[in-house]
Design a binder for this molecule. Structure first.
Ligand code: ATP
Ligand code: MG
Length: 458
């Protein structure tokens, strides 16, 4: 974290820096990150212990030093610690102060994602689009509150070119605090729903609370709003430009949405005067809306229409979990992360909906106990019911799937192999344009290698 020397951090948090004798020079050393979880300490990080309901982070200060922490914060005096520490009144407040000071000197654009529903999904979609051109840092998971947001800011490194941060609130004033930390150059608002009514009373209250953020944006910032949301249409900014997206002819809009295909959701996206067809590999019209928000951000950050399209088509791809991959004209359903009979049948059902030839590449399902053979055998029936064209099985238990299909004299072309290599030798040559291939097995089968082989060889 550039310029964040221990001496400067101590000043920012208004704390007392205590350095073990002989190590005084450390005061001019920069911290490389700041975390509140000792397991995430890396070399020269600052450890920020927090007092929780069950665990007191102060108990892990020595562990943090042993993992390479440069220093720690502490709410109390420490007895002979292994490294420097800064005494503060409240480590949670100190974290915010550190993130705020660090953010002030960062030159990269920060994008805040706000809204009642769809923040995480939209953040992922924006990241997918921006990653076609930039090195992006994003909120991990759902770390969107007054602890998660500053921790995210502290993860920004010199190589990052843009930050996408989720900001979540449940009461008035909270967005002022989050906005003050993130100072977003761009804000995306997904919608004004019915969450957190306890404090915010009604949708107008929610709108007021969320729009507190505008006060913390530069006047040349940009606000990107869901134009199909009746409350957001009327949102007043502090002079920042507004861009609307939606399904009703807004500046960034979508038409011809087809939300029932297996390869994701199809739509024609219009960005100003450009239009293109896109398949977002996630189900549902709401993902088209999230995609439009991402397209708007992409355009504002100078991406070409083809980059935006590519980013949308790669969205939401969590490797190995029902991840739809398009390679040339071949569709791979990469579901190799794990398998059990229920998910196996569900995936086969999805495969059955594909329009071209269907190929199932299946491996053993683990941890099924004494019924394991029977449970594999039953998969055969599901393959038949869904009219799967080709079935390639690998592994000892999966032989049962093959047996079941052979005994039934099924119309599936079924082949069984002892090894992945043997299977690939037969599979790769038969793949052609328009095929859809499901790859699924339990984790130990290591079927990610199958996905990679198909990706590289078709
Ligand atoms: P949280 O407040 O828990 O952080 P969030 O705002 O981050 O929620 P997501 O986790 O992205 O919301 O989505 C929650 C659910 O809403 C998901 O199951 C998703 O399918 C659905 N969803 C995603 N995007 C939208 C959207 N734009 N409109 C409506 N529903 C959505
Ligand atoms: Mg979320």
């Amino acid at each position: 974290m550039k310029n964040m020397t221990l001496a400067y951090v101590a000043q920012v948090v208004d704390g007392q820096l205590i350095i073990p004798e002989g190590k005084e020079a450390l005061k001019d050393k920069e911290i490389q990150g700041a975390v509140n979880d000792n397991r995430k300490i890396e070399k020269d990080f600052l450890f920020i212990p927090m007092v929780g309901a069950r665990v007191d982070g102060h108990d892990f200060i020595e562990d943090a030093f042993s993992k390479g922490a440069l220093a720690s914060l502490s709410e109390r005096r420490l007895n002979n610690p292994s490294g420097p520490y800064i005494i503060v009144e409240d480590t949670k407040i100190a974290l915010k102060q550190i993130a705020t000071a660090y953010r002030m000197q960062l030159k990269i654009p920060v994008i805040g994602v706000i809204g009642s529903v769809g923040k995480t999904s939209t953040k992922e979609m924006i990241t997918s689009v921006l990653e076609t051109k930039y090195k992006v840092i994003k909120t991990e998971g759902n770390f969107n509150n007054e602890i998660g947001l500053p921790l995210t800011i502290c993860r920004i490194k010199p190589e990052h070119q843009v930050a996408v941060v989720e900001m979540g609130i449940s009461d008035f004033g909270e967005m002022h605090r989050l906005g003050d930390i993130a100072k977003p150059d761009y804000v995306v608002m997904t919608n004004i729903g019915q969450c957190h009514l306890e404090f915010l009373k009604d949708r107008d209250g929610i709108l007021r609370a969320k729009t507190e953020v505008f006060e913390h944006m530069p006047s040349n910032g940009v606000v990107i709003l869901n134009g199909d949301d009746d409350k957001l249409i009327g949102a007043e900014t502090f002079g920042q430009k507004k861009i609307f997206y939606g399904l009703n002819g807004q500046e960034i809009s979508a038409t011809d949405v087809e939300a029932d295909g297996i390869t994701g959701t199809k739509a024609v996206v219009t960005i100003g005067s450009d239009s293109f067809e896109v398949i977002i590999p996630l189900p549902g019209t709401h993902n088209v809306m999230n995609g439009l928000a991402a397209a708007a951000v992409g355009r504002e950050l100078g991406l070409s229409v083809s980059d935006i399209k590519r980013g949308l088509e790669n969205a939401g791809t969590i490797a190995g979990r029902n991840n739809i991959i398009k390679v040339r004209e071949v569709t791979i359903i990469d579901d190799c992360y794990n398998a059990n009979p229920v998910s196996m049948k569900a995936s086969i059902q999805v495969l059955g909906k594909a329009s071209g030839r269907t190929i199932a590449v299946l491996g053993d399902m683990g941890e099924l106990g004494s019924d394991e053979r029977k449970l594999h055998y039953e998969i055969g029936q599901s393959l038949e019911e869904n009219h799967i064209g080709y079935v390639f099985t690998v592994g000892e238990l999966s032989e049962e799937i093959n047996k079941s299909l052979s005994q039934k004299n099924s119309s599936c072309m079924a082949h069984h192999y002892k090894t992945v290599e043997g299977m690939l030798e037969d599979l790769i040559p038969i793949i052609r344009s328009g095929d859809t291939i499901l790859v699924k097995a339990s984790h130990f089968m290591n079927f990610s290698t199958v996905v990679e082989a198909i990706k590289n060889k078709v």
